[in-house]
Write a protein that binds this ligand. Structure first.
Ligand SMILES: Nc1ncnc2c1ncn2[C@@H]1O[C@H](COP(=O)(O)OP(=O)(O)O)[C@@H](O)[C@H]1O
Ligand SMILES: [Mg+2]
Length: 275
């Protein structure tokens, strides 16, 4: 294998509008990938409400911030969640992450470089919307899972997100997931509404990646601080998400792979370009 080449995939889960299910999707997708024996690292980059650690029933004592200020090493802040999922809690430290000097940057990246040997897939749970932080996390990854719902406001915000992303990078492959839909038909209609406009006005590849039906067991599992795919293996949301996970596994394109260090390097460098 050539030096610097890594087989680690990086998937950013993002959305235009908040509250569309990103954190639940990112965490539960990670749980399904474990069943394929993939080693998964979730980077929690959302300054949001339901953080990955909380959703899985534990609490991050340290975050990336402690690494940036030199108090902790990367291996000390990584949480080991259920089924061997690894989590980098980064939600505090995001501002700092975007203002590193060259030395801090190299130190941080060095801390992550060893992880490429221990990880197959990185899932970044990013915030919603087109703020420059969110954009840099999304643009740094090679695969983008854009979550929307059938609601008109979520559709317009998803379109706005696609538009901004497509202006920044030409080679984007955006995978669209429709969450909270009442039926397969409604999800397809939502997809068509978005692609009919992106095809006409934007030079970008948007691929329909599937849907998750609205399912009362999703918020119930969240309240129990358990993963819904584990707590409710036979519920409809689990079967929908399993289809999506299977598409990811089938389309394992190593040319898209970037690596943990590579991903973070792009984040800190992307800032410079998007500022
Ligand atoms: N398919 C679904 N069916 C029912 N509720 C869902 C579904 N997906 C997400 N939710 C609920 O929607 C809320 C927002 O989800 P969350 O993952 O926190 O969104 P985000 O990370 O995009 O802000 C949570 O209460 C979650 O339980
Ligand atoms: Mg969230």
């Amino acid at each position: 294998m050539a030096a610097g080449f890594s087989k680690v995939r990086t998937i950013a889960v993002t959305s235009g509008k908040g509250g569309v299910g990103k954190t639940n999707i990112a965490t539960n997708l990670a749980m399904i990938f474990r069943r394929y024996k993939k080693r998964v690292l979730i980077v929690d980059l959302d300054l949001g409400l339901a953080n990955v650690d909380v959703l899985l029933g534990f609490h991050a004592e340290y975050t990336l911030y402690d690494v940036i200020v030199g108090r902790k090493k990367v291996k000390d802040i990584i949480l080991h969640g259920p089924d061997g999922i690894m989590i980098v809690p980064a939600s505090s430290g995001i501002e700092e992450l975007t203002h590193l000097n060259e030395i801090q940057k190299e130190q941080l990246l060095k801390g992550f470089s060893g992880l490429d040997e221990e990880v197959d897939i990185v899932i970044a749970d990013t915030g919603a919307g087109i703020s420059s932080n969110v954009l840099s996390f999304v643009l740094a990854s090679n695969e983008i899972l854009l979550v929307t719902t059938p609601e008109p406001t979520a559709i317009t915000d998803a379109y706005a997100m696609i538009k901004v992303l497509s202006k920044r990078r030409k080679d984007l492959n955006i995978k669209l997931l429709v969450n909270f839909s009442c039926s397969r038909e409604e999800a397809e209609l939502t997809m068509n509404k978005i692609t009919s406009v992106t095809r006409r006005f934007l030079d970008v590849n948007v691929e329909y990646y599937g849907y998750l039906l609205q399912d009362p067991n999703v918020p119930i599992a969240a309240r129990l601080q358990k993963s819904f795919v584990k707590e409710y293996p036979n519920t409809i949301a689990t079967s929908c998400l399993s289809n999506i996970a299977s598409s990811f596994i089938k389309n394992d394109d190593v040319t898209l792979a970037l690596g943990v260090e590579g991903y973070l390097r792009r984040i800190v460098d992307e800032r410079i370009r998007t500022r």
